[in-house]
Write a protein that binds this ligand. Structure first.
Ligand SMILES: Nc1ncnc2c1ncn2[C@@H]1O[C@H](COP(=O)(O)OP(=O)(O)OP(=O)(O)O)[C@@H](O)[C@H]1O
Length: 320
């Protein structure tokens, strides 16, 4: 079989079902990525992301469905699959005394045309750890090493499960920038993540998985537009203790949700009530800060999880 039917998606999973005994963890899911696309898979803990991804990676045989990656069946065309795909697992187990350099050399030895692992270590900020034992690296450093190892075969596509879990904000930026750069060069990327800011930043398309089924798919902008809701989210800094203002806003009733978060007041305001809210705020000399609708809001609405949208304020909020 050729590497890819020119017209079809590079990653093409159709009607995939995964069962563990009586539990159907993935229930007839389609997921695809065209060449050079960054595709995200998001959903609550236990929604089936890793189960689906491990089938696409060829590490698990699905109970039903068909999967092709670059035209190959990831289970039966294992050898060719491993040449074109890089895999970062949620948890890796390393030999007890192996150093970073040794792990890189070991992984590189599996492939005919590996990347320069020293350059990769440098790109991911691990040059100084080359001679360190892997087990002595911090969690975030191990996470970055797992990315280096996923890229050491110069893959055409990478599957990254919980991409930047445990990374500090600066390291997360390094990883994002590096992946973006590689994507610009044509790398296809499939990620799972609980960080909506990351998904919004990186992904061309996002699939929302809930209880083993895709409940929404689209670009981040489409998901926000269609699912974030039309309530305005306002923040009143320094007004948390202003009882009079709080009571006046609460008295507006339906369509105006008022919450205290420390020294701030957080408001969710339906469009029909906005003019009244603005009037009350003007009477109290308060100027609100508008929070833009985010993928967090869409995610929370789609998955029915308790919304805390105004509280999240576009920080790196782990929404799982
Ligand atoms: N090896 C297994 N044996 C039995 N059940 C499993 C196994 N792996 C996963 N499950 C179950 O399948 C469901 C989906 O799990 P999965 O790990 O795919 O979810 P996830 O969306 O990746 O979760 P998380 O966000 O926590 O990583 C869960 O109910 C989980 O308990």
């Amino acid at each position: 079989m050729t590497e890819q039917a020119a017209s079809g998606p590079f990653v093409d999973a159709r009607d995939v079902t995964v069962r563990y005994g009586d539990l159907t963890a993935v229930d007839g899911v389609d997921l695809s990525a065209t060449k050079g696309q960054v595709v995200g898979l998001i959903g609550p803990n236990g929604s089936g992301k890793t189960s689906l991804l491990s089938c696409i990676e060829g590490l698990r045989k699905p109970a039903g469905g068909t999967i092709r990656v670059g035209g190959f069946d990831p289970v039966t065309d294992r050898t060719r699959m491993t040449r074109i795909a890089g895999v970062q697992l949620q948890q890796m187990v390393y030999p007890p005394r192996a150093t970073v350099e040794e792990m890189c050399r070991l992984f590189a030895s599996f492939y005919p045309d590996p990347a320069d692992h020293r350059e990769l270590l440098d790109r991911f900020g691990l040059s100084e750890q080359r001679r360190s034992q892997v087990v002595k690296l911090s969690g975030g450093q191990q996470q970055r090493l797992s990315l280096v190892l996923a890229l050491v075969n110069n893959p055409q596509v990478v599957f990254l499960d919980e991409l930047t879990n445990g990374l500090d904000p600066a390291a997360r930026r390094v990883v994002w920038d590096e992946l973006r750069r590689r994507n610009d060069e044509g790398l296809t990327i499939v990620i799972t993540s609980h960080y909506m800011e990351e998904v919004e930043y990186l992904c061309d398309r996002v699939n929302v998985l809930l209880k083993g089924r895709i409940v929404a798919t689209g670009t981040p902008s489409e998901l926000i537009r269609e699912h974030a809701g039309d309530a305005a989210r306002l923040v009143l800094d320094g007004s948390g203790g202003n009882r009079e203002l709080r009571d006046s806003l609460t008295a507006l009733g339906a369509g105006v949700q008022v919450r205290v978060a420390g020294q701030r007041l957080l408001l969710d305001v339906q469009p029909a009530r906005r003019a009244e809210v603005d009037r009350v705020l003007a009477e109290h000399g308060s100027t609100p800060r508008d929070l833009p609708a985010s993928l967090d809001d869409a995610y929370l609405n789609l998955t029915g999880q308790a919304a805390g949208s105004a509280a999240s304020e576009a920080d790196n909020v782990n929404v799982s």
